[in-house]
Each structure stands twice: as C-alpha cells, then as structure tokens.
Design a protein. Structure first.
Lengths: 127, 127
DNA sequence: CCACTGGTACGAATTCTCTCGTACTACTTG
DNA sequence: CAAGTAGTACGAGAGAATTCGTACCAGTGG
C-alpha cells in the first residue's frame, strides 16, 4: 500500500489542558478545502518551504511569521500566509499582538492522504 | 468518501512488442520534475480533470486532445497540454497528424508517491 | 491534387499574482 | 502615556497566466 513516508505521524501534541486557544482566523472547513486551491498555494517555493518547516520543526506548537526568518518585507509575508490559510493549509491564531501558524495536519491527512508526506520530502531547487 | 486509493495500480499495459512508438516531445527527466511545477500545473481545474480522466479511463493506451471533449478552442488546449507536459505530468507523442497523451505514471509514482491517488480522487467543484 | 483532420505558433487583451512601500492598528511593557 | 513589536490594509507596478482569434502546417484519404 503505502510505499514511503506515508506512515509518518505529523501530529502535534495537544495543548496543555485548560489552555485557552484564541479562535482561528477565517478558514475553509475541512470539507471545503479544494485540491486545486491547495495546489495553487503550494506552487510557490516560499510557501512550500513554510509548510515544510512547520511540519518538520514544530515540535512544541505553532510559530509566528517572523520565526521563519524569511528575508521579505512584512507585507509580502502577510500575503503568503494569508494565501496558505485561505487555501486551508495552515491555521492562524492571534496570540496577543502576534499571530501563530500551524499546519492543519488532521484536516489535510483526512482529505488528501499523502499530501503532507510529499511536502515533507520536498527540497528547494538550488541545492 | 474515499477508500484510500493508494493501493490502486495505475500502470498502463505495455505496448505490443514490436510496436514502434514515436519519440516523446521534450519533457523533463524523471529526476528533474519539480514538485512546485507539478503543483502549479495542477492548480487549474481543467488540467486536473485532464490528468484524472487519463488516469481513470485510459484502459488501452493514450489519447488525443480532442478525446477529452473540452469545450475550448484548440489553441487553448495546446496551451494546457503543453503546461502539463513541461511540468512532467504527461508524455506526448506524435502519431502522424495527431498527438497522443498519457500520464507519466511510473515517473510520478516514483518521485511523488501518492500524488496520482489524490488526482484520481479529485472531484470538480460544481457538484 | 484537394479537402479534411488535428494539431502548432504567434500575438493581443485580459486577468491574476507577486512584490513591496507606506500608513495604520493592536497589544505589551516600562 | 510613550515606545516597541507584530502584524494588517491599501494600492501600485511588474510580471506571468489565461483565453482566444487568426494564420498556418503535416498527414490521410478520396
């Protein structure tokens, strides 16, 4: 059946009990996530890299936009993170002044099984 | 819902021995296929539909562009099929006056395992 | 040879996307 | 309150995609 990394477990450990999570910003429900929108969002190397880094290095929980150390102006990052969120790839929550991101792992595995493994295995072109 | 289609076998039966296949049109080698280019090619519903139809209904072998019954002018179809070929998704061969298409199943399964299953399970938005 | 089929190439108009500067808001801390 | 942090919204310019008309070309079959 699954030839490769499909058996990997990308799930993030649940937040500590009693922790009050801010409501997520507007996003498509699990059943509304469109494959072509996901593909479009992942057609940009910067955005694949963001999702991949979130997948592979989010050991504790989610991360702010600046954590990624992307050398772009803030308004460009806003654009890319919003694109990812509106496509259904990431969830964004407002923690006080900052905004934190996490991959919608359960939703994506349920809807497009194997997709996250492809992203995790991705490597940038110029290496 | 989707019975996880990962175990499906998409491979096309090999051509009859002695059949002379025309050379494929220029395309990226298996190792050169870029995930972000594949994603970009699949961000268009028409193009996902083409690949999906090739996957699910190519029982014998490959098909011409007009076989898809797409209600677009010929020059638009040339554009979309070239996009798919240059991204590495389909192989195109010139059979006399017509051009035939097939999905690069072995190359894609080897490089991006699970991707074709996602495409096969795709459904257009207007349902 | 002529017409027909199944395409290509080119170019233009439109639309979409990316990038980024600027100005602004919200929250936290001193 | 003032300063700093983290981000948004708006808008403009550049570049890329999409759509499509038109002209054209290669085989195939009378």
């Amino acid at each position: 059946m699954s030839d490769t990394a499909l058996a990997r477990d990308f799930r993030i450990p649940p937040p500590p009990p009693g922790a009050e999570l801010p409501e997520p910003l507007p996003e498509p429900a699990r059943g509304e996530i469109r494959l072509e929108a996901v593909m479009a969002a992942l057609s940009d190397p910067l955005r694949i890299g963001v999702v991949r880094k979130l997948l592979l290095e989010s050991v504790d929980f989610d991360h702010t936009c600046t954590w990624f150390e992307l050398d772009r102006p803030k308004s460009s990052l806003t654009h890319h993170f919003r694109t990812l969120r509106e496509a259904g790839l990431i969830r964004q929550r407002q923690y006080g002044p900052s905004r934190r991101n996490q991959v919608r792992i359960d939703d994506l595995e349920a809807r497009f099984p194997g997709l996250l493994a492809l992203i995790a295995d991705w490597a940038p072109a110029s290496e």
